[in-house]
Design a protein around this ligand. Structure first.
Ligand code: LLP
Length: 421
């Protein structure tokens, strides 16, 4: 459920009409709903009620500081994967003790940033990373709390580019090697083992892969405890999928996911962390765009929008589906026709949808891409010197631009031409 509904035939974000926002900020733009962010965060909190838990929002899904601050005010922690995300979380007011640091390639510089600024834990992904962290922590006279990310060799049954839990993926250490790596961790100065971490992939639409992975983590917890390690925290990652295509069966709900977690690890007496990104932010955002031209091609018509692959890369990158709806609700029973919906970028890959059934649309009409709040704005670029598009946040009838569109001067002046050119 989200808070982008038609009211009197006009698509609204909570109590604000989309055409009104378009009028002020111009298209294309992203708009997020606080009520939807809150609801999705609360769903996880309710699902985990009864066990000690921290829901850490995976900031890679949406790192706008207003979004982070909103979630942090509700009590959320953050999962960061770079020094930049760490600093953004801090700038948005998230305390260090609620930030976990994931990622396969943390640099020493990033470790220093997080150690000195305060951190809940590092999720360590390799032996060399652990050695580096030990060196950095001791040089600062500090101790780094860590989990080790294990790779359980489980098929997440998702798109190959976002599956992370198979042995051929670069993530984590093979679970069979875990006891040896934990022993190594225990012997290193400046390192304090606090738990185990696992994350098997993103946009999972079944619970079974989670069950397989979490059962392996449970077994490992018991083994490591028997070997003397104080495993008191389990970071179970993110990955629960969302319904991108409303006509399809929906993925499992957070309640079912929470029930599974409680069933598998509920009796271990651990604190559970989860790192959802997409499920919290995905349906809390839409991308609004205008039709520039309707072009009649050979045997097909193209709807050419002012948004492009640089603004929302998911269709081009993963062949991803986003529902695309007209902002003015079509009259019931209006005849739909197929369009190829494309952007203006000079690549055939700049195609959002092929032969998508839409009501008749014409120049200047507004359309909205649903489920664009996660991995939308954060993955955008200025390809073709198209400025990053604005982000807008709505709460009831409040509206704010939370990232403004840069001017062409700002973009152009970022380059420097050396005098010897
Ligand atoms: N934790 C870790 C360690 C991760 O690598 C990820 C996502 C998450 C949590 C959050 O997963 P989520 O709950 O959002 O599924 N750009 C792709 C998705 C990449 C996901 C990468 N890792 C897309 O647009 O589909």
């Amino acid at each position: 459920m989200d808070h982008f509904l038609y009211r009197g035939g006009i698509l609204c974000a909570e109590d604000v009409s989309i055409p009104e926002i378009a009028e002020t900020v111009g298209t294309p733009f992203y708009v997020y709903s606080c009520a939807t962010l809150t609801r999705h965060y609360q769903l996880f909190k309710e699902a985990l009620e009864g066990i000690d838990n921290l829901v850490c929002f995976a900031m890679k899904a949406n790192s706008n500081q207003a979004v982070i601050a909103h979630l942090a005010n509700l009590g959320a922690g953050m999962d960061v994967v770079s020094g930049g995300e760490y600093l953004r979380a801090k700038a948005a007011g998230v305390p260090g003790e609620r930030i976990v640091f994931s990622g396969v390639g943390k640099t020493r510089e990033e470790m220093r940033t997080a150690l000195t600024g305060g951190i809940r834990q590092f999720n360590v992904e390799s032996e060399p990373e652990m050695v580096a962290l030990s060196e950095v922590a001791t040089s600062l006279g500090l101790t780094a709390p860590i989990t080790i990310r294990v790779n359980p060799d489980v098929d997440a049954k998702t798109h190959e580019k976002i599956a992370t839990g198979k042995s051929e993926n670069k993530f984590g250490i093979p679970i069979a090697k875990a006891p040896a790596v934990y022993a190594m961790a225990a012997s290193l100065p400046g390192i304090e083992v606090v738990g185990i971490d696992v994350h098997i992939g993103s946009q999972l639409t079944e619970l079974e892969p989670f069950r397989l992975a979490y059962e392996k983590v449970k077994e490992l917890t018991l083994q490591l405890r028997a070997e003397g390690h104080d495993i008191r925290r389990l970071d179970l990652g993110g990955g629960l999928g969302i319904p991108y295509e409303r006509s399809n069966t929906a993925p499992p709900l957070p309640t079912e996911y929470g029930a599974l977690i409680k069933e598998v690890v509920g009796d271990l007496g651990v604190e559970v962390e989860i790192e959802p990104g997409r499920l919290i932010a995905g349906n809390a955002g839409i991308l609004v765009s205008s039709v520039v031209y309707v072009k009649e091609g050979e045997g097909r018509d193209f709807l050419i929008l002012d948004a492009a692959m640089n603004d929302l890369v998911r269709p081009a990158m993963y062949g991803a589906w986003h529902d695309i709806v007209p902002v003015v609700e079509p009259a019931p029973g209006v005849e739909q026709r197929p369009y190829d919906i494309v952007g203006p970028v000079c690549e055939s890959g700049d195609t959002f949808a092929k032969q998508r059934q839409m009501p008749p649309l014409s120049e200047g009409d507004l359309v909205a891409f649903r489920s664009a709040g996660a991995y939308g704005a954060v993955m955008s670029s200025e390809y073709n010197t198209r400025p990053l598009i604005p982000e807008v946040l709505v709460k009831d009838d409040h509206v704010a631009v939370i990232r403004a569109r840069p001017s062409f001067d700002e973009i152009i002046n970022r380059d420097t031409v050396p005098e010897w050119v």
